[in-house]
Design a protein around this ligand. Structure first.
Ligand code: PEP
Length: 248
């Protein structure tokens, strides 16, 4: 399970993309580089989880809020843990929008993931309307607080946060480094009201159209500890350059 360290993390979210040959292409690409300064996490679709060797850490893109039982098509936290996952993405905006995952459901999933020894990558982020309407910080605080109320602030020591503005996901419209820094700083300050040690040490990743060409500038911001990468994680060359851009 994640121990607070601010060691950079670059996590690739393949979404419902990729195939068996991409697993080997990516592993070959990463195998020849010294990436010991960061944790490289790949979150492929469930069927490919078992195909990876130990070049990367593994994460799932979702999991059930139930432990077991009559939930056809669902996968539990302990199954992910047994399959070799260390991480699980929870609260991704596509899950919130397409599968009606509320803050409360996300909070329950975070609790289950932690109980199984997985590190949740908890995603928060606003639509353009929310930002333009001046409700950005209240909205993000609500997303974080729902989880905090479920698990307590001390459990945030075992969580990675990802700030993913919805308007920047898959759109090519990246948040500027200043916009990312402003929100990451807010998230840290918000957590600091409950526990300053955890707030200082928690990893906060940025996600939203990160590419090899903009990663260095984003990752150089004081409160940005790496990235959650969608589209560019499907291109081994680009993904490698993002990993190399993570600060030492
Ligand atoms: C994502 O979906 O988590 C994401 C950040 O996507 P993209 O990098 O393609 O914007």
């Amino acid at each position: 399970m994640q121990i607070l360290s601010r060691r950079p993390i670059v996590a690739g979210n393949w979404k419902m993309n990729g195939n068996k040959s991409l697993v080997s292409l990516l592993e070959d690409k990463l195998a020849h580089e010294d990436l010991s300064h960061l944790d490289v996490v790949i979150c492929p679709p469930f069927p490919y989880l078992g195909l990876f060797g130990d070049t990367v850490s593994l994460g799932a893109q979702n999991m059930s809020m139930h432990d077991s039982g009559a939930h056809t098509g669902e996968v539990s936290a302990s199954m992910l843990q047994e399959t070799g996952c260390s991480y699980v993405i929870l609260g991704h905006s596509e899950r919130r929008a397409d599968h009606a995952e509320t803050n409360e459901i996300v909070a329950l999933k975070v609790e289950k993931a932690l109980a199984a020894g997985l590190t949740p990558i908890l995603c928060v982020g606003e639509t353009e309307e929310i930002r333009d309407g001046g409700n950005l910080f209240a909205f993000l605080a609500e997303q974080i607080d729902a989880v905090e109320q479920q698990i307590g602030i001390l459990q945030f020591a075992h969580i990675v946060l990802a700030y993913e503005p919805i308007w920047a996901i898959g759109t090519g419209k990246t948040a500027s480094p200043e916009q990312a820094q402003e929100v990451h700083q807010f998230l840290r300050e918000h957590l600091a009201k409950k526990n300053s040690d955890i707030a200082t040490k928690i990893n906060i990743l940025y996600g939203g159209s990160v590419k090899g060409s903009n990663a260095k500038e984003l990752f150089s911001q004081q409160d940005v500890d790496g990235g959650l990468i969608g589209g560019a994680s499907l291109n081994p060359e680009d993904f490698l350059s993002i990993c190399l851009a993570a600060k030492q």
